[in-house]
Design a protein around this ligand. Structure first.
Ligand SMILES: Cc1cc2nc3c(=O)[nH]c(=O)nc-3n(C[C@H](O)[C@H](O)[C@H](O)COP(=O)(O)OP(=O)(O)OC[C@H]3O[C@@H](n4cnc5c(N)ncnc54)[C@H](O)[C@@H]3O)c2cc1C
Length: 461
């Protein structure tokens, strides 16, 4: 017999976890389940992170992206307390409401052991940026750290496990929007469950499944932005003046040539560059441990050029995947690394040139030529921005600065919703990165708490 719940949450990332937490805090008798396609948190294992493999092995389930705690599990855990970046929740809620929920989620994380230390905004650095036509976002930031973040999430999940049902290895394949029946596969068997209320919190890993579900159910989708670029790696001391004061410099630049925005973000002080399996396409990312013993000599950050497509093109995600796939093709299924000096001199980085580099790579990537796979416009924007950044952090555009590619951030298509209830689907909600409304731990968490409050209010009525 199919199990019946009051609320079913699809996805065990921070958005789904916060939804469950708040629902059970306000309504302890509610029957809630979380269906997560990946493994339990402590069973998540990435051979590259464990240093058992040099490159991504394309595991059936990518432990970086899937499993309890979601995409945030192995993340550096930068918790951003601001509405300036990290998602688009302010398009739906007042900025002060978003901040209130971000702070509430932070309190929950602190109650499970997260640090209370915050890096504060710095106007002197912002002024330095403006003097060079660079623009720095201001935010309070917490650095949870890959290792500590993992522990905090483990405690949160353990606590939730005592109050609700968590089914891991449960990949939801369909939801009947009328009957509220959920079909999922677990241990290769097809199962069903039903719930009065359903929350899609599927993150970027569930983007393709969720978009298809929306199309099948005639839910209008909107998606036009894509960010394509590289992961930059250089000696940690180059950006020390910023990282010691604000931890994460988030700086954008409008290129003189095209007028496009290129953003520097996801800064990892003394961290590692990592490979990410985005639905079968290899891209790059970065993270950093809090534990001093696991820190490296390098810092890394994403440098991505934003493209907003206009009519008639409607497939920005496919576009980004094609670009990243080209880098996979050239590198034999991996990602590329190139010295900045080789890129501007129009030559490939080979093993010999990489060995000669004074910046030692933290990721085993294939030395190659990014200009063979990245579109000219985005590459020009990246080169121009690196020179601009060099004005405020000299050394950024050194010849031995390493560029890994391709890194891209594509955002899930956003379904038409009214207060996060999907158009035409009574009591079916969509939240977080998978709904195209957030792109950070803090906003996804805030979104989960907000929706849980909306559900609780309706229950009380
Ligand atoms: C390497 C890396 C580093 C990052 N670093 C940071 C950082 O420092 N700071 C920051 O703010 N953000 C960071 N992010 C982004 C952050 O992790 C996400 O914004 C956040 O996790 C989004 O939360 P979510 O709950 O919406 O989705 P997710 O955390 O992605 O969770 C969604 C969950 O749904 C599951 N799922 C998907 N489809 C199905 C299905 N069909 N059935 C069942 N389950 C399904 C997935 O397996 C996943 O576990 C990072 C991301 C990555 C990949």
């Amino acid at each position: 017999m199919a199990k019946k719940y009051d609320v079913a949450i699809i996805g065990g990332g921070i958005g789904g976890l916060m939804t469950a937490y708040r629902l059970l805090e306000r309504n302890p008798d509610l029957s809630v389940c979380i269906l997560e396609k990946g493994p339990p948190l402590t069973k998540r294992y990435c051979p590259v992170i464990a240093k058992k493999a040099d490159g991504c092995l394309s595991c059936t389930s990518c432990s970086i992206m899937e499993g309890m705690a979601g995409a945030g599990a192995f993340s550096d855990g930068k918790y951003v307390i601001s509405t300036e970046y990290g998602g688009w929740l302010t398009e739906f809620l007042k900025p002060e409401t978003v901040i209130r929920y971000i702070e509430e989620a932070d309190k929950i994380m602190v109650s499970f052991g997260a640090t209370t230390e915050r890096f504060m905004p710095d106007n002197e650095l912002k002024k330095l940026c403006i003097m060079h036509d660079l623009h720095m976002h201001q935010a309070q930031v917490k650095h949870l750290g890959t290792d500590s973040n993992f522990e905090t999430m483990r405690k949160l999940i353990d606590s939730l496990g005592q109050k609700c049902e968590i089914v891991t290895g449960a990949c939801v394949t369909d939801v009947d929007r009328e009957k509220h029946e959920i079909i999922y596969t677990e241990k290769q068997a097809e199962k069903t469950a039903s719930a009065e209320r359903i929350v899609f919190a599927v993150g970027r890993a569930g983007n393709s499944f969720f978009s298809k579900w929306c199309m099948k159910n005639s839910v209008p989708l909107q998606n036009k932005q894509v960010d394509i670029g590289v992961r930059v790696e250089l000696p940690a001391m180059v950006w020390e003046d910023f990282s010691k004061r604000i931890y994460e410099p988030k700086i954008w630049y409008r290129s003189k040539r095209y007028g496009d925005i290129t953003r520097m973000f996801c800064f990892n002080e003394r961290g590692n560059v990592v490979m990410e399996n985005a639905d079968g396409v290899m891209t790059v990312n970065g993270h950093a441990y809090r534990d001093e013993a696991r820190k490296t000599e390098n810092s890394n950050f994403a440098l991505l050029s934003t493209t907003n497509f206009t009519q008639p093109f409607k497939a920005p995600v496919d576009y980004a995947r094609e670009v990243a796939s080209l880098a996979n093709l050239i590198s034999g299924g991996s990602v590329l690394v190139q010295r900045f000096g080789d890129l501007i001199n129009g030559r490939r980085t080979d093993e010999k040139r990489l060995k000669a580099s004074t910046t030692r790579p933290t990721l085993h990537a294939v030395p190659g030529d990014l200009s063979l796979c990245m579109p000219k416009r985005q590459l020009d924007n990246i080169i121009e921005t690196l020179y601009a950044l060099n004005e405020i952090a000299p050394g950024t555009s050194n010849h031995d600065t390493l560029l890994y590619g391709v890194e891209c951030k594509y955002y899930s298509a956003r379904p038409k919703c009214e207060d996060f209830v999907i158009d035409g689907c009574s009591e079916i909600y969509a939240i977080g990165d998978g709904a195209g409304v957030t792109r950070s731990l803090s906003q996804a968490a805030a979104n989960g708490l907000y929706v849980a409050d909306q559900i609780s209010e309706k229950l009380q009525k």
